[in-house]
Design a binder for this molecule. Structure first.
Ligand SMILES: *Cc1c(COP(=O)(O)O)cnc(C)c1O
Length: 422
């Protein structure tokens, strides 16, 4: 199995090489040359999530140096539960927030960190990871890489755009993790990372690599829970579910499309976005126009130029196929609030603002249908938004509590990438 760049001007590489490089040398993103079929998978015989993850991912590593470490990497990375929770009738929620930083990004970040540590150990090498975050990525990456051998991490976050608790999770690590507060928005942070990679001298001297949602090592494990949940659902209900996925950079939903490409029992995939409407507008008009991001209550989805769209364009090159496979709706802040309250009043279930965009799309577009809304973060991470709406204090999960008690530190920088290397 080889991986090719979406821009088709870089050599094919193995999974390990793609994971180390992050971005392909031609500026494109790595995608599998072809998708293996899941027909070998006997889900009835699989007893644990790490075991399923191994079975799903093994074909991607079949001739890779990490082949013999993959089972261990899956055990190391996926050491927390992945509940599929029934809400009402055939409507369910897939809770992806039971990892160390209480958001779905723990899946990708932990898999990537465990893989990279093994690769570097084999090669006796060190490197520096640059990661731009609009909220949750950085925390998950920092947590996943903290204390790992041979790897330093620089995390960039936009000033004033992340919640207090998110900021604590970015800045509480010390050791091999350094946090930078950027005087700009998330797109500025992402641009600094891209510029640093394009600077050959810096990239070589520091051994730069990425851990953003563009890294193949983040994407691959994000396809596993779609395989897992769609099979569980199908066994329980006897129908294929439609997944509704709160989306920003489209890394999470890209994982779903890859699971679908492998043959997972998925009826349809729908994206919910906040007021950053680049994708629904594109599906409507046929013109893809990146924009600056706008700040919303679902801030981990404040993305005007979704980086993983390049992978969806690679999968579905023309607008007609894209429209057949992808639907997307935008949900504004007022509607997010209304939905959090509505769900809580009806059932006592508490959703974070991101998850609420998905629930809104379910209620407006797929009501009563076999659906799984993907819950991307624990509501306790967004208590300032959620608690006033439901008039209740949200208990903080134990893993988060431990992080929030730590001391924090960060550096302040402008929008110039060179400042990160002074
Ligand atoms: C990152 C994130 C998203 C968006 O995921 P993408 O892969 O960027 O589309 C949604 N919700 C939460 C809580 C997140 O942290």
């Amino acid at each position: 199995m080889k991986f090719v760049s979406t821009r088709k001007k870089a050599p094919k590489v193995s999974a390990s090489e793609a994971i180390l490089q992050g971005l392909a040398p031609d500026g494109g993103l790595y995608v599998p040359e072809s998708f293996p079929s899941l027909s070998h998978l006997n889900v009835h015989e699989i007893s644990s999530y790490p075991e399923l993850a191994y079975e799903v991912l093994a074909p991607f590593f079949e001739d890779d140096p990490l082949k013999d470490d993959l089972a261990q990497i899956c055990m190391d990375a996926f050491n927390f539960p992945v509940p599929l929770v029934p809400l009402k009738g055939e409507e369910m929620v897939l809770e992806l927030y039971h990892g160390p930083t209480a958001a779905f990004k723990d899946f990708g970040a932990r898999f990537l960190a465990a893989s990279m540590e093994k690769i570097l150990e084999k090669q006796s090498r060190n490197l520096t990871i640059l990661v731009a975050t609009s909220g949750d990525t950085g925390g998950a990456v920092a947590a996943a890489f903290a204390g790992r051998k041979g790897i330093d991490v620089k995390v960039l976050f936009p000033k004033g755009r992340v919640s207090k608790r998110q900021q604590t999770q970015l800045t509480c690590w010390g050791g091999n993790i350094e946090a930078y507060e950027v005087d700009g928005n998330f797109d500025d942070c992402q641009k600094m990372v891209k510029d640093a990679f394009m600077d050959q001298e810096i990239a070589t001297k520091w051994g730069l690599s990425s851990a953003n949602s563009i890294n193949l090592g983040r994407l691959l494990p994000q396809s596993v829970y779609y395989v897992y949940a769609s099979h569980l659902y199908y066994q329980a209900i006897g129908k294929k579910p439609t997944f509704i996925i709160p989306s920003g950079n489209v890394g999470n939903s890209c994982g779903a499309y890859w699971a679908l490409s492998m043959g997972a029992p998925i009826e349809r995939i729908a994206l919910s976005v906040n007021e950053n409407k680049t994708i629904p507008d594109y599906l409507f008009s046929g013109n893809y126009e990146k924009r600056p991001s706008v700040a919303t209550l679902a801030n981990a989805m404040d993305v005007g130029a979704p980086s993983n769209m390049e992978r969806l364009f690679d999968l579905y090159p023309d607008i007609d196929t894209m429209r057949k496979m992808v639907s997307a709706w935008s949900v504004d802040d007022e509607t997010i609030k209304k939905t959090i309250k509505e769900v809580y009043d009806e059932s006592g279930y508490i959703m974070c603002p991101h998850t609420a965009t998905g629930e809104r799309v379910r209620r407006d577009q797929f009501s009563g249908k076999p659906t799984i809304v993907v819950s991307t973060a624990h509501p306790a991470k967004f208590e300032q938004v959620v608690e006033p709406l439901i008039n209740t204090e949200i208990p903080i999960p134990e893993n988060l509590k431990q992080l929030l008690d730590k001391e924090t530190s960060f550096k302040q920088v402008g929008k110039e990438y060179r400042e990160l290397f002074e």
